[in-house]
Design a protein around this ligand. Sequence first.
Ligand code: HEM
Length: 303
Amino acid sequence: MSDPPFALIATKRVLMGLLSFIEGHLTSLLVFLVDLVLVVINLVTPDRPVGHVVPEGHPGTGGKWPAYVAPKQDDSRGSCPALNAMANHGILPHSGRNIRFKELSAAIRQTYNFGPTLCFFVPNYAANMLNRSYWTDSFDLADLDVHNCVEHDGSLVRLDAVEEPDQSKIARPLVERLLAAGTGANGKLTAADLSRLLGQRRLESKKANPTFSQAPIHRFFASANASTLLTIFGGIQQDIRTLLTEERLPDNWEPRIRHQMGLTMMEFNSSVLKVELGIREEVDGSLQAAGQERYGPGGKKLE
Ligand code: HEM
């Protein structure tokens, strides 16, 4: 059989590209419109009462989380402490394997009171990044660690992948530094604390990691991940300690966002921007200067 002519192949490819471009943008537009509706619902409805944020009949109702069981050797865990904690409590499969993206959306909605739009947007983004279908496919927690998809350099509580390829490993010194950094009431973490720490992490990572890279989307992810500590965890050190050092949800804990429709993308993004735009090192030239230094094998600085 002879090959189809070039013009036919090229036309098909251009059409397919256009279709996927339009589909992607339409989906995002729809999600943002729905998010606006959720913002309004949150504004006009009373917050869920304290002690009743997790819906009746779901794991964590009334602060009673299913038993924590430490991961076994063959279990899959990854760089996200919040998802690891869900697996450790059996809210996601304890093995951390074969999790359907759709199942993840429902589970983070109930566990962390993320709004329905965020619950779709983030797992859908992760599915696309992994070249899988949000609607039909599944993943293991460690799959999320593909470098520079969602996982990135210069994160708050994980070493860079080049230094620690196993991104499920808790980087204790980074966690302790974060836990000692709260300057809010009762030592709570504030947006300014996170900006300061992320700036510090970016700088030290850029100096020490010869393969350091951080595209704008990864800076945004870094601030987004960190912002969950301010929103869902309310900046409260004791709760954050349990999450980050044990990858466990504290007894009697519930999400600090109590809105009926959970944390919307709009509310979340305003918190993320406050963190990201407050990073001094992005504008004072220090990150740029660090980029001009040259490093040899093993990250050794060259004169
Ligand atoms: C919805 C699906 C989610 C996905 C796909 C996801 C993915 C990730 C990934 C890949 C990282 C590693 C970033 C890195 O260190 O380079 C991460 C970190 C993190 N995530 Fe998640 N996550 C999700 C949901 C959540 C939720 C619901 C929370 C909190 C309630 C959360 C809190 C965090 C925190 C605190 C970090 C550590 C930040 C850092 O070290 O900079 N994540 N997440």
